[in-house]
Design a protein. Structure first.
Length: 291
């Protein structure tokens, strides 16, 4: 299958070497990778059904000024599988990676989608271990609010097997589905999202047993009570950040940090507008670390 042409900046970023590590957390082997030798620590946490390679074209930009790690939550990517999954387990894994990587209490957690909920739970449950939180298009629902079409979430369906790698790659989709002009990024992520099964088929690198049914709990109260630095980034066109959600998140943050839109971006904001996302995150982090 022909791969889409990618710009030089992207090729340079994904070609940047990263050191791979594993750490046991509550009986499960958790995989993470490292970039950067100096600067404040930064942990990147992917969304549901995703993996650490989603950050390959983002992390090297941040590693110029930070020590950066990107992890695979249990049941996803190269990490081990559990019999059951919970947000508390995921939060413990994030803290476990921080400790294994030598990240101190000044660490900033950056989470996309489900990863944002994971980072929020980690910061709320162990406030002494977290200095900052950035939630990237990770919505908190107002009371009684429901997103349309959630019953058709593909993560709630059993994984499909495909006869060969290219057949699986051709079926790679963003969840929720959305327009995306950066075919080279989708191709790259898709190629890192597929694994061969023991019987010779090809499928996705996540455990389909219950990952879509993670309960996020009382996120609003967690965010209200949080005392570390807070930043919210969302896609201006994201289906998960309609006006009702934006207004509610603004109320919860209550001027303790920025709530900012990435223009021309949907839910997968750093796939849609990677350089704008990097710029916004760099500005936010530079402001925090200058204090």
């Amino acid at each position: 299958m022909t791969q889409p042409d990618a710009p030089d900046w992207f090729c340079e970023a994904v070609g940047t070497p990263a050191d791979a590590h594993w750490v046991p957390v509550a009986g499960c082997s958790i995989h993470y990778r490292r970039w950067g030798e100096s600067g404040p620590p930064l942990l990147l946490v992917h969304g549901g059904g995703a993996h650490s390679h989603w950050w390959d074209f983002i992390a090297p930009w941040l590693a110029a000024d930070h020590r950066v790690a990107a992890m695979d939550l249990s049941g996803m990517g190269e990490s081990g599988r559990r019999e059951q999954y919970s947000l508390d387990d995921f939060a413990a894994e994030a803290i476990g990676v921080c400790e294994a990587a030598g990240f101190g209490p000044d660490v900033t957690l950056v989470g996309h989608s489900l990863g944002g909920a994971v980072c929020l739970r980690a910061a709320a449950s162990q406030p002494e271990r977290v200095g900052g939180l950035v939630m990237a298009d990770s919505p908190i629902r107002p009371p009684g609010f429901q997103f349309p079409g959630t019953a058709r979430n593909p993560l709630r369906q059993p994984r499909r097997d495909y006869p060969d790698f290219d057949s699986a790659l051709a079926r790679f989709r963003l969840i929720p589905e959305q327009p995306c002009d950066n075919a080279y990024i989708l191709d790259y992520i898709g190629r890192h999202s597929i694994i061969e099964t023991p019987d010779g088929f090809w499928t996705w690198k996540f455990d389909d047993r219950g990952l879509a049914h993670i309960k996020v709990g009382e996120q609003a109260e967690e965010l209200r009570q949080l005392r570390c630095r807070i930043g919210i980034l969302y896609g201006e066109k994201s289906a998960l950040f309609p006006p009702e959600v934006r207004q509610y998140v603004h109320q919860l943050v209550d001027r303790r940090g920025p709530v900012s839109a990435i223009p021309e971006a949907y839910h997968h904001l750093f796939v849609d507008q990677p350089l704008a996302f990097v710029a916004a995150l760099r500005i936010l982090l530079a402001d925090w670390h200058a204090l």
